[in-house]
Design a protein around this ligand. Structure first.
Ligand SMILES: CC(=O)N[C@H]1[C@@H](OP(=O)(O)OP(=O)(O)OC[C@H]2O[C@@H](n3ccc(=O)[nH]c3=O)[C@H](O)[C@@H]2O)O[C@H](CO)[C@@H](O)[C@@H]1O[C@H](C)C(=O)N[C@@H](C)C(=O)N[C@H](CCC(=O)O)C(=O)O
Ligand SMILES: Nc1ncnc2c1ncn2[C@@H]1O[C@H](COP(=O)(O)OP(=O)(O)OP(=O)(O)O)[C@@H](O)[C@H]1O
Ligand SMILES: N[C@H](CCC[C@H](N)C(=O)O)C(=O)O
Ligand SMILES: [Mg+2]
Length: 487
């Protein structure tokens, strides 16, 4: 329970109807979850306007309504508060409601198109190994020390974030690493949080269905750094075209990391194998179990973060070499007949290109590379032909298939992907809509020593078709088919 006045601390208020001497039991953003004694925030969404559901929420017993426009008819005994920005008000109220949890631990945000989950998860692993109790908010899962919770978003809504952070503080976490998505920044899910540091991984093509232009997508990422406090660090990838742009207006301490360009933190790759890479980080050699140039960059960002947070360099380097790859990110098996099957969450053109380049770098013989890939429905359509082109150009064989079609026609998605394949590569591609059959076809096509890449769904354990989530796990299915074909 919390006093409404305390919940409204720092919220800019336009008008009030009703008493502000109210005790609130909970904050709610969806009328379907409204409970008696709670406070409902009406948000203008992408699909509908939450203001339409104020009456529904009131019927369920909410005591306070926060909205951008007061309703014409109001209910006796309910307090209505008008604000000019419900999303911002929600973020500030969630921070107040849970007693500013982000100030009570060190919160580090990771943003960028690719590498957020990898960087945040491996940072969580590293700091746990360094002996700390650590939290994680990521696409794959939420971790509070060793307790695990299911993730629904990359960056959850402000109430959920603050509730988890509060729980982390209660459980004695000293650090939390969280992914900060562009949707999260745009919808102000992270506003009001006190970050101790921000990390930029890279920027490439994604989510243009939502942000419309690349410039708008880039600017929203920069906003995260603009809002960091002065005593935080802002760590950017100096190899990325937009890396320095991100730090232009940040009041935070600016730091850079890079493989190619001059930077505060530098890494070189000395050796690559399927099992790992030999690196030098600021002139010190270490072996890591991850592979791919992009992972050298992720590892460096994690190292730099640890140093910026005051960790001991020798201890950090020692522990970095023990880090295990993140589920669904370049996860691989070698089958009994020596097929290598790699499952990777590459769902953007840039990630797909990077993964195929990584495979190229570790190819030792004349193995064929067979790629199984599709694109999600109800998401950025412009990435489809680009992914089709890259897959066909950089593989020996490609099986195009469904990813999560959601509410779109899978054939239409596949047409969009195929449209990007250049004429000279079309003979290398086939299309099998059913993802299980596509994986089977790739495995059947492969000879001893060949490499199969199954891209796009990584850790996901379902396939979303028409809003129904069917069990589907790329790695599990590949293993089943390999077993089946052996008999
Ligand atoms: C496009 C988008 O980001 N949508 C998010 C947004 O929903 P919305 O704007 O569509 O909401 P809406 O359906 O229009 O409803 C507006 C308001 O009315 C409320 N409502 C609605 C119906 C009702 O009966 N009662 C009611 O109160 C809703 O709770 C909402 O507050 O706000 C919701 C609450 O915070 C989110 O759950 C929802 O995420 C949807 C499920 C989603 O798929 N989001 C994806 C695109 C996303 O956010 N992805 C990013 C990045 C992914 C990446 O890593 O690349 C992420 O951070 O996960
Ligand atoms: N630093 C990086 N640069 C480019 N590609 C990367 C990088 N790190 C990982 N990848 C590739 O991108 C894929 C997704 O990585 P990861 O899940 O870490 O990204 P993310 O930013 O969390 O994605 P999402 O936006 O879906 O949450 C990986 O499977 C890998 O192929
Ligand atoms: N966080 C990303 C994940 C995409 C994963 C891919 N499998 C798909 O379904 O498009 C998104 O929501 O756009
Ligand atoms: Mg992620």
């Amino acid at each position: 329970m919390k006093q409404l006045k305390d919940i409204l601390y720092k919220v800019s208020i336009e008008a009030v109807k009703g008493s502000t001497y109210v005790e609130v039991a909970d904050l709610i953003l969806d009328s379907r979850n409204a409970k008696s004694g709670s406070l409902f925030v009406a948000l203008k969404g992408a699909q509908v306007d939450g203001h339409q559901y104020i009456d529904k929420a009131v019927e369920k017993g909410v005591l306070v309504v926060i909205c951008e426009k007061l309703p014409e008819e109001i209910t006796e005994g309910v307090t209505y508060i008008e604000v000019n920005d419900s999303h911002k008000a929600l973020a500030l109220m969630a921070d107040n409601f849970y007693d500013h949890p982000s100030e009570k631990l060190k919160l580090i945000g990771v943003t960028g198109t690719n590498g957020k989950t990898t960087t945040a998860t491996l940072s969580h692993q590293l700091f746990t190994q360094l002996g700390y109790n650590v939290g994680l908010i990521s696409t794959v899962k939420i971790l509070i020390g060793k307790k695990e919770f299911t993730a629904t978003h990359t960056t959850p809504d402000a109430i959920t974030i603050n509730r988890y952070l509060h729980q982390m503080v209660e459980e004695g976490c000293e650090f939390c690493f969280m992914e900060v998505s562009s949707h999260g920044i745009e919808q102000k899910r992270t506003e009001g949080l006190t970050f101790s540091g921000g990390i930029f991984t890279n920027l490439s093509h994604d989510h243009l269905d939502y942000h419309k232009t690349f410039a708008a997508y880039r600017d929203v990422k920069k906003k995260f750094f603009d809002q960091l406090p002065k005593n935080a660090f802002a760590l950017t990838n100096a190899d990325d075209k937009n890396g320095m742009f991100m730090l232009q207006n940040t009041p935070a301490r600016k730091k850079t990391y890079a493989l190619s360009n001059i930077a505060d933190y530098q890494v070189k790759i000395l050796e690559r194998q399927l099992g790992g890479m030999l690196l030098t980080i600021n002139q010190k050699e270490i072996w890591v179990k991850l592979i791919g140039t992009f992972n050298a960059s992720n590892i460096l960002a994690i190292y730099a973060t640890a140093i910026e947070l005051g960790m001991d360099e020798t201890e950090v380097l020692l522990q970095l070499s023990t880090l295990e790859s993140v589920s669904g990110r370049f996860e691989y098996i070698v089958s009994p007949n020596e097929l290598t099957v790699i499952v990777d969450y590459a769902h953007t053109p840039d990630a797909l290109e990077n993964v195929l380049k990584t495979i190229e770098d570790i190819r030792t013989r004349n193995e064929q590379v067979i790629t199984v890939v599709g694109c999600g429905g109800d998401r950025d359509k412009t990435k489809r032909p680009l992914m089709g082109k890259i897959a066909a150009e950089m593989s020996d064989q490609v099986v195009f298939t469904s990813d999560n079609p959601r509410f779109e026609d899978p054939h239409q998605i596949l047409n969009d992907i195929e449209a990007g394949v250049e004429a000279q590569h079309t003979r290398k591609t086939i299309t099998i809509e059913d993802r299980r059959q596509a994986i089977k076809a790739a495995i059947k096509m492969a000879n001893r020593n060949d490499i199969i890449l199954i891209a796009g769904k990584g850790h996901e354990t379902y396939q979303d078709i028409n809003g129904v989530k069917h069990d589907f796990d790329d790695m599990q299915i590949a293993k089943e088919i390999i077993e089946l074909l052996r008999k």
